[in-house]
Design a protein around this ligand. Sequence first.
Ligand code: ARG
Length: 465
Amino acid sequence: MAATDTALWGGRFSEQLSSLSARFSNSLSSDLTFVQDDIQGSIAHATMLGECGVISKEEARLIVVALGEIAHEITANGAPPEIECEDVHSLVEMMLVRKVGDVGKKLHTARSRNDQVALDERLYLKRTVSALRIAIEDAIRAIVSKAESSIGILMPGYTHLQHAQPVLLAHHILAYVSMFDRDVERLTDALSRSDVSPLGSAAFSGTSWPIDREAVAQHLGFSGITENSIDSVSDRDHVIEVISDCAIIMMHLSRFAEECVLWSSSEFNFVRFPDTLTTGSSIMPQKRNPDMAELIRGKTGIVYGALMNILTTMKALPLAYNRDMQTDKQPLFDALGTTTDCVKMATELIDGAVFNADAMRAQLAAGFLTATELADYLAAKGVPFRTAHEITGLVVAHCERSGHQLHEVPLKTLQTFSTVIEADVFDALDPVRSIERKRSTGSTSTIEVQTQIALWKARYSQIPS
Ligand code: ARG
């Protein structure tokens, strides 16, 4: 007697898998995510087998019609619980054979589950990575529109989390647009490498059947086919690339989230998020906690973990397919699902953010934000910049002792530090003028920030979401 009528390799075996082995190796619950991709792959494969004369046109037609029905049945009712199978590939084949009998058993000609799973993952990536990319584009549009509506708001810019120089709030938040724009580019790049069909590689060495790999690729909307059949079934670079892109996106989001947490604290009080995005405390009635931002920051760990997971799984695997590779599904789903959710959550935070222009402006008075301006002023009057820096340092030390801000020091006192100082020094010390003087490309003056806004609007406004 054959090992089991549920396994795909019964002939060679005389005993069934132990129940633990069967459960241990079963991947149906995760592969089901790909079921529609798997069926589309089978439809393309069967059509090609018919076109190439490997099976008859009528057999191909029967298989294709039945696969279409199976796709609908699974959408409506899920996988039939009475079918015991190891993975989604066997599930579809068993459902097919149940419908059309022996002709269904011809579907697997010139094909292996190794190239099937590689195909399914690529089709899945093409769908889901596009959805993530659209979510990031939405986040970009949300930031650009916030930047536009808050163009007049000034804030202290930071380095080392210390007051550094005055900037426009719009300039600060547009930095995230530059990050997300690179994320979009990276995903587009990863998608281009996912966009090749591995089908026709069979187990790993190719097939002697007269198949047409290009026709299958075209049918499935791929822009090409993989070059090497061994690589086709042993490669998971596309999965790793997408997860590492997700890890970079989460790193960006975690920086954004950290600023949401800091800025909404009483110490900063730069931003308030609406009740719909804020939680209270069960014991402290006054609390408004930024849990959504904290969770974005926290979920970064899930995605970094997924990256380590897949890299470790693939490390040192000999060619070609190894069963270890089946474990790539969970990190892929975790990374893509978590990242897409977090990007959407961040977009709601951006949309809902209400900035406190007065609190930001009040901070401009502290921390000697225009010290660099004073050094530049002296340098513009001929003092070498290094000396100008030193003189400014002495003025700041004086202010610290006397309890003044730079613009509060009388002209006469300032002149004791350098004879080149004249009444126009107060222009240099004014934060608004300091911002507007920054005219180098990409800098913080209103006009430069408006140029950046126009650039992003042109790049992203036309994309339908
Ligand atoms: N379930 C496997 C995976 O996800 C695909 C099937 C290949 N199995 C095999 N024994 N060659 O990687």
